[in-house]
Design a protein around this ligand. Structure first.
Ligand SMILES: *Cc1c(COP(=O)(O)O)cnc(C)c1O
Length: 374
């Protein structure tokens, strides 16, 4: 029987093997393995892609977000105990970045339709202690409308985007600086280049993007032992640098990001058009170029049964995410908060193969889905 694997990471990297080998050899031969030309050029390329002024490449996506909060604390804009509104249905790293810095996450229910942060619900959670809000562009769909700007202005909030899943996505509303790319909508954004992300390294990597020169400089110093120049430490910093070799790998792949995104959009379009089962709730669809489809996530009430049926027909699926942060053992203090939409989502979501499937395979997967009878 034909198999449809969820994701075999060898495959999306295979087309770039020669280019990556060449780039890796150049780094090895250069003798410069950190804070070199590859990192500098990669930062410029990410900033350009987002039409933003500054990019600081760092060790991974969680560190990118942690460093943003830490930098705002060093700059005196955030203080211990301040609250940050975070979507309840996100990957736990969004929440960890907040609590890691002595800040308090305030978990907010998503919109039932978009599965992204609901600004009406977010506004109802705003108290004088709330100093920031974190839109997470989950699954590659922009979490944005003008309300974010209004809320931020009205309540003096920082907007910190978690853009880990949405590089290259666009928001249809005007951002703080007139830009429409996600990662350049608020005050600062964290990016992840974890190997499964839309732009994936061959290991860990991440970036901070911002138009704020002071924030960029503070993040850069913090990530390099807190030093603003050699052997001069202005902060008690950390070591969260990116490797030259990862920057070089990412520079190969960033040149192909547009075609990879178009391919994901084409597969999503096939799923959208071909899946017709009344038992499946398809994702919200935005104007074409806005979503970059990190995951194609459907909702099915009898999820286990549905996934078993698909697996019996060769289709491997995944779940993003089965256990929301407030149900994790490390966050028991949130466990009593009623978050019914978040929990329903966690119980019903199924991610279909999208990262490396052919159009033909997508049609076959959709046909198999349409044949599901509980
Ligand atoms: C992957 C991811 C992160 C963390 O990125 P890492 O590079 O794995 O540390 C943060 N937030 C979201 C939404 C993610 O998907």
């Amino acid at each position: 029987m034909k198999q449809y694997p969820f994701l075999d990471l060898k495959l999306p990297n295979a087309p770039y093997m020669e280019e990556m080998q060449h780039a890796a050899c150049n780094v090895i031969a250069s003798g410069r393995y950190l804070r070199g030309e590859q990192t500098r050029l990669f930062e410029q390329e990410i900033a350009d892609l987002c039409q933003a002024k500054f990019c600081v490449a760092v060790s991974n996506g969680l560190d990118a977000l942690r460093l943003i909060f830490r930098a705002y604390k060093e700059l005196g804009l955030l203080h211990d105990g301040d609250k940050v509104i975070v979507p309840a249905n996100t990957y736990i790293a969004s929440v960890l970045a907040v609590s890691d810095n002595g800040l308090q996450p305030v978990l907010c229910e998503p919109s039932e339709a978009t599965m992204n942060l609901d600004t009406e619900k977010a506004e109802s959670l705003i108290t004088p202690d709330v100093k920031a809000i974190m839109p997470v562009h989950l699954y590659g769909s922009p979490c944005w409308d003008d309300t974010f700007i209004e809320l931020a202005k009205k309540h003096g909030l920082l907007i910190i985007e978690d853009n880990a899943q949405a590089i290259g996505a666009k928001a249809s509303c005007t951002g703080l600086n007139g830009s429409r790319m996600t990662g350049n909508l608020g005050h600062a954004a964290g990016f992840s280049f974890y190997p499964t992300k839309n732009l994936g390294a061959l290991g860990d990597a991440g970036a901070v993007v911002t138009n704020d020169e002071h924030l960029a400089a503070t993040v850069r110093a913090l990530a390099n032992y807190g030093s603003d120049r050699r052997y001069h430490n202005i902060y008690k910093g950390v070591n969260c640098r990116i490797d030259e070799i990862q920057a070089a790998m990412l520079r190969v792949k960033i040149r192909h990001l547009d075609e990879e995104t178009l391919r994901r959009q084409r597969i999503a379009q096939i799923y959208n058009e071909t899946i017709v089962s009344s038992l499946v709730k398809k994702p919200n669809i935005y104007p074409t170029e806005e979503q970059v489809w990190h995951q194609y996530v459907i909702r099915v009430t009898k999820r286990d049964d549905f996934r078993e049926y698909l697996l019996a027909n060769g289709v491997e699926t995944d779940i993003h995410y089965a256990t929301p942060p407030h149900r994790q053992p490390c966050y028991t203090r949130f466990a009593s908060q009623p978050l019914p939409i978040t929990e329903a989502i966690a119980n019903e979501v199924v991610s279909l193969p999208i990262a490396h499937v052919s159009e033909q395979d997508a049609r076959e997967i959709a046909t198999i889905i349409n044949g599901y009878q509980p």
